[in-house]
Design a protein around this ligand. Structure first.
Ligand code: ATP
Ligand code: MG
Length: 588
């Protein structure tokens, strides 16, 4: 074995390095937030290629989002510039699409088959069932049926009709992207061999959130004893509502009996106080009871977790805007030191908008926040974890795009702009203002991808179909990030506001219903994921009353807040007071 390129493993601690140096056989890396799992995975691939002579085309890394894949690709391009282009990095769905493109004729598709949007699926089902409400219910049932291998005869029969209609339009749906390759491989051992030979080293980040179909695909590609590295944190499993099952992570050792396990225990992200608070929050429902997780960096003097009670959601939003202004060195902060300590213990210049995120449980909460930030003149980028193509305004643009004259424009970006003008489908005058705003937002969201695709419209469509809104999140934009908790997975920010910490909102529950313990566990994990995005400042807020779905109701603080010790958090000025005292929010 040639000596390791020192620069590739230099940036890793002893445990991370041990994980990176296990090159063959199944490997499980189980570790808490901010322990460098994603970083280790990236360096491990670079190390495989340079120190062990593994051909990059044999390496496959599966990430949870396209954005995460792009980030990893960028890192690898600097670590191993010569090999990066031959690595395969992407989501499960992108992998499924690759497999399907290579064998489209076998499932009755042309070589330019499309991926149906939710709008297209709904239209198709409405057509089959003659009833839009029934069609909406069927959408959910069919997805469950597909993912959980449900055998209810009525659903099976509907599924057959639905699939037939879909194929007649040369379409697959999102679930098909995994399910069809699984069917292909299960029925063709030679084909399975072919792909096993191509992808000899497979790594999966965020393994705690794989679903059954994805798991089956992995089992086919990586047989027991294969070079499969699974990385994750069971306490960050938050996609159960989409069919993910943390059970697959927990049984990795049974599925791959020769697997070695490495635990990473040092958190490089958060202050000791934030980390302690997060561990207190997850403790009652942890799936990793013997977890060891300690802060790796000495942050010196650092603030406690702030807890703030606002009157209602508007007051909460203006508190967030006001506090941001203070943190950014606005008028009230002039006399205070606003430098901060970065992850390497070095003091840097003051904060910028990009250092701040506001996280929330439901997308609807962004409304009040956007209004307050707009009023305060704070630029922001808002992203959810929903699929981009399912946004109504994006769907409208896509429809207009399909009907655009072929010679209307050459570049995708120009075509999108033209389609948006057309979509603007036609909007009735009384709805004009709101819809126009939505279409403009959609154009902004699509712009970077459209530019990226040059003149390749087919690629634009495919990328769009696979992408979530959060994939278009730009880490370099000088804007505050407004993100759902689901969209914030894997990210980190010096300053995090986690708003809406109320019973019924986080944990989320529809009025009048009781959550089951599984759901409650998932909600607690979401709270844990949210808290652990923060590096230096964490503020948790809740309101005394909140308007949801048109009804205003009194709100009580989230039960999760009462699990936090007074040693790690402190109340910020009450909502009735004009502003939190600057001293309490002092930056280091
Ligand atoms: P999550 O569970 O949230 O996905 P993670 O375990 O994947 O977190 P990373 O995002 O890889 O963690 O790393 C968290 C932060 O710590 C990053 O800023 C990363 O650069 C930094 N980091 C990780 N390992 C080290 C190290 N050995 N030395 C310095 N910084 C490190
Ligand atoms: Mg990660």
């Amino acid at each position: 074995i040639p000596p390791a390129n020192p620069s590739l493993l230099d940036g890793l601690d002893a445990d991370q390095r041990a994980a990176a140096e296990i090159t063959d056989g199944p490997l499980l890396i189980i570790a808490g937030p901010g322990t460098g799992k994603t970083r280790t995975l990236t360096h491990r691939i670079a190390h495989l290629v340079t120190a062990h002579g593994v051909a990059p085309q044999h390496c496959l890394a599966i990430t949870f989002t396209r954005r995460a894949a792009a980030e990893m690709a960028e890192r690898l391009a600097t670590l191993v510039p010569d090999a990066a282009a031959q690595l395969t990095l992407g989501t499960f769905h992108a992998l499924g699409l690759t497999l399907l493109r290579e064998h489209h004729t076998r499932v009755g598709l042309s070589n330019h088959f499309g991926i149906a949007t939710e709008t297209q699926r709904l239209a198709l089902l409405t057509n089959l069932l003659d009833d839009e409400r029934a069609a909406r219910r069927a959408l959910a049932t069919l997805s469950r049926h597909r993912r959980a291998a449900d055998t209810d005869p009525e659903t099976t029969e509907l599924h057959l009709r639905y699939t037939k209609a879909l194929r007649e339009q040369d379409l697959v749906d999102f679930d098909d992207l995994i399910a069809l390759p699984v069917e292909l491989l299960e029925t063709d051992p030679q084909l399975t061999e072919h792909y096993r030979d191509r992808y000899r080293w497979i790594s999966v980040d965020e393994y705690q959130d794989v679903d059954e179909a994805q798991y089956r695909l992995l089992r086919l590609l990586a047989p027991p004893g294969g070079n499969l590295t699974a990385i994750g944190d069971p306490d960050q499993a938050i996609y159960r509502f989409r069919g993910a099952d943390v059970g697959f992570f927990l049984r990795f050792q049974q599925d791959y009996p020769t697997a070695r396990t490495v635990a990473l225990t040092r958190n490089y992200r958060s202050t000791p106080t934030i980390l302690a608070g997060a561990l207190q929050a997850i403790a009652p429902a942890t799936l990793v009871p013997d977890r060891e997780l300690r802060p790796a960096l000495d942050h010196g003097e650092h603030p406690k977790i702030g807890v703030y009670r606002a009157g209602d959601e508007r007051a909460e939003a203006s508190f967030v805007a006001r506090t941001m202004d203070q943190l950014l060195g606005g008028s009230s902060f002039h006399s205070l030191d606003s430098g901060r300590v970065d992850a390497h213990g070095e003091t840097t210049a003051g904060l910028t908008f990009a250092d701040i995120a506001v996280l929330y449980r439901t997308d609807a909460q962004a409304r009040a926040l956007m209004a307050a930030l707009t009023q305060a003149g704070v630029p922001f980028q808002k992203r959810s974890h929903d699929r981009l193509a399912d946004r109504p305004a994006v769907a409208e643009i896509l429809r207009a795009l399909a009907h655009l004259h072929p010679e209307a424009a050459t570049t995708v970006a120009d075509r999108v702009r033209q389609a948006a003008r057309t979509a603007l489908e036609q909007v009735p005058a009384e709805e004009h203002e709101d819809r126009a705003a939505e279409i403009h937002t959609a154009v902004d969201l699509l712009a970077p991808l459209a530019t990226d695709c040059g003149e390749d419209l087919a690629r634009f469509r495919a990328e769009l179909a696979l992408g979530a809104e959060v994939d278009t999140w730009d880490p370099r934009a000088d804007r505050v990030s407004l993100l759902t908790l689901h969209a914030a997975k894997g990210l980190e920010f010096p300053v995090v506001f986690l708003v809406g910490c109320e019973d019924g909102l986080l944990p989320l529950r529809w009025p009048g219903t009781e959550p089951d313990p599984e759901e409650l566990g998932e909600e607690r994990r979401l709270f844990f994921v949210g808290m652990t995005r923060a590096q230096h400042h964490l503020v948790l807020s809740h309101a005394g009353e909140r308007t949801r779905q048109g009804a205003t109701r009194p709100a009580t603080p989230s039960p999760f807040l009462s699990d936090l010790d007074v040693a790690v958090c402190q109340r910020l000025g009450e909502g009735t007071r004009k502003r939190p005292r600057a001293r309490q929010l002092r930056l280091l």
